[in-house]
Design a protein around this ligand. Structure first.
Ligand SMILES: O=C(O)c1cccc(C(=O)CC[C@H]2O[C@@H](n3cnc4c(=O)[nH]cnc43)[C@H](O)[C@@H]2O)c1
Length: 250
């Protein structure tokens, strides 16, 4: 049985994933976060709503990964999942409302410093990392199964609210399809545990001037459920042999 941890920001996104994964039982993690567990025939999904933003996402992901490792049932894959803002197709790249995106790069777009010459990522300041690159074969397989585009997904701590900011981000990241707020935090925790990561997003709104009335959250959540329905087949097709269970203690 393959074990996959899925991390969303909010309960509505978690429930959209659970709607695809099958009946989800609740398990409480150290610290009080509730994990929803769905054991499918080929893949077991544990789904966690860890909170909004990269810090909450990293903390929740690290807690779930540590608890699983200590229980002798480590995860094989972590997936950051949820809705996001799509760059408009008129920009260097883009993703329309309701579409599905699988990240081929998970990029922290506002982790750095403002300088007189503009934004400098922390890597240019000499430390840290600003990008994680999921396994390309896995990205291709999952995107093909879900009918998704593959491209850069940005992680921001502040939702973009102006056309100027949207244009600046699109210029700085020409391959960006979506911005959201958690992927990089999930990816950092996964990397710290040596576990592969994916990010799957569906577009609820356009990146740019804030217009909450125009958000299509229901459509994006339905698309998220649809994408997760295709995931077990894609994962089983790409995975090697299932790992040996840990040795039983005498
Ligand atoms: O109000 C609701 O019913 C509702 C249901 C599901 C999700 C939400 C959220 O507000 C989720 C916040 C979550 O979504 C990502 N997100 C969505 N659009 C953007 C965006 O334009 N820029 C950045 N992030 C976006 C983000 O990951 C948030 O955590 C509400």
């Amino acid at each position: 049985m393959r074990r996959v941890l899925v991390v969303t920001a909010v309960a509505a996104e978690r429930d959209a994933v659970c709607a695809a994964a099958g009946p989800c039982d609740g398990v409480t993690l150290p610290g009080g976060l509730e994990l929803r567990r769905a054991a499918g025939p080929a893949v077991a999904f544990d789904v966690l709503a860890a909170g909004v933003g990269p810090a909450a996402a990293a903390a929740g992901t690290a807690t779930a990964l540590t608890a699983a490792a200590l229980a002798g049932q480590p995860y094989e894959l972590v997936v950051s999942a949820g809705i996001g803002g799509g760059f408009s197709p008129g920009q260097p790249s883009g993703a329309p409302l309701g579409s599905v995106v699988v990240a081929d790069a998970i990029v922290a777009a506002d982790l750095g410093a403002e300088t007189a010459d503009g934004f400098a990522p922390v890597t240019e300041l000499g430390f840290g990392t600003v990008a994680h690159h999921p396994d390309p074969a896995l990205v291709r397989a999952v995107a093909a199964a879900a009918g998704a585009a593959a491209g850069t997904v940005l992680t921001v701590s502040t939702v973009t609210g102006t056309a100027a900011r949207a244009t600046e981000l699109a210029k700085r990241h020409p391959g960006a399809l979506i911005e959201a707020m958690e992927g990089f935090g999930v990816a950092e925790a996964a990397a710290a545990h040596g576990v592969p990561v994916l990010e799957i997003r569906t577009v609820s709104n356009a990146v740019g001037p804030r217009d909450r009335a125009a958000w299509r959250i229901g459509d994006a959540l339905a698309a998220l459920t649809g994408a997760f329905r295709t995931l077990p087949t894609a994962l089983t097709a790409t995975a090697g042999p299932a790992p040996e269970p840990p040795p039983r203690s005498a």
